[in-house]
Design a binder for this molecule. Structure first.
Ligand code: MAN
Ligand code: CA
Length: 252
């Protein structure tokens, strides 16, 4: 072991000497003289040295490039209401009123008023003619004398020619209109009311139960015999024989 170490030392010493001589040979100009140790052939390259120590920390790099645009943020809360704006400038002056147009409108109104008066007088005369003819007109119901006399069945037949029933008052006003006709023609009038189907149960021609009545005192008293109804000139009602002949008034 000791010998091996010694040998290695010697080899190293020789190598160093040769290297030194080689350097001397290369650097010095060639002369005719020669050194004691002659230059040998250069040795082969040694093994690569060990890695060096870590270098010093580099300088801070340049700033990076700007990033891409991010997504939009959330909508913020509603702002507070602003104050009322100031009054706007005054508008241009309007056109002068057309007095001639006003005069024309007044004239038209006067003409219309005259026409309305004429129409009113015309209608008034017609109503008088109608009344004399045995017609009473209300908002939606008209009574019209159709025959001076007839039984209940005859009367119904006459009115049916114009698709109408006999008169049947459903309130005091309508009863008053029929009363006028009874007075005017001095005859009782058959109403389109009967208890023929069920004794004591008076129905209109269309089967509806009679609501408004104006029975005279003690009426109705006819039992199964008097199944029709007449109106007197005083406006009161009486159950009567259907075979009697009375004024025939239709309801339109
Ligand atoms: C007559 C008839 C009857 C009526 C009485 C009233 O007899 O018209 O229907 O009830 O008079 O007194
Ligand atoms: Ca009676």
């Amino acid at each position: 072991m000791h010998l091996q170490g010694t040998f290695q030392f010697l080899l190293l010493a020789i190598s160093l000497t040769v290297a030194s001589e080689k350097a001397t040979c290369d650097s010095e100009p060639k002369t005719n003289t020669c050194n004691i140790v002659t230059c040998g052939l250069p040795g082969s390259n040694g093994l690569p040295g060990r890695d060096g120590n870590q270098g010093p920390k580099g300088e801070k790099g340049d700033q990076g490039q700007r990033g891409t645009l991010g997504p939009p943020g959330k909508v913020g809360p509603v702002g507070i209401k602003g104050e009322q704006g100031s009054l706007g400038p005054r508008g241009p002056k309007g056109d002068k009123g057309d007095i001639q147009e006003l005069i024309s409108l007044k004239a038209q109104i006067t003409v219309l008023q005259e026409q309305i008066s004429t129409l009113k007088a015309f209608i008034s005369k017609h109503i008088k003619v109608m009344k004399l003819s045995g017609i009473r007109s209300m908002e939606e119901k008209w009574f019209m004398v159709a025959a001076s006399e007839g039984t209940f069945e005859e009367g119904k037949k006459i009115c049916s020619h114009v698709g109408a029933p006999l008169a049947a008052p459903q309130n005091a006003r309508e009863n008053g209109a029929l009363q006028e006709l009874a007075q005017q023609f001095n005859k009782n009038i058959f109403l389109d009311i009967s208890d023929e189907k069920a004794e004591g149960k008076f129905l209109y021609w269309n089967g509806q139960t009679v609501r408004y009545t104006n029975w005279a005192s003690e009426e109705p008293n006819g039992g199964r015999k008097e199944n029709c109804v007449e109106i007197y000139a005083n406006g009161q009602w009486n159950d009567q024989l259907c075979s009697e002949k009375r004024l025939i008034v239709c309801q339109l």
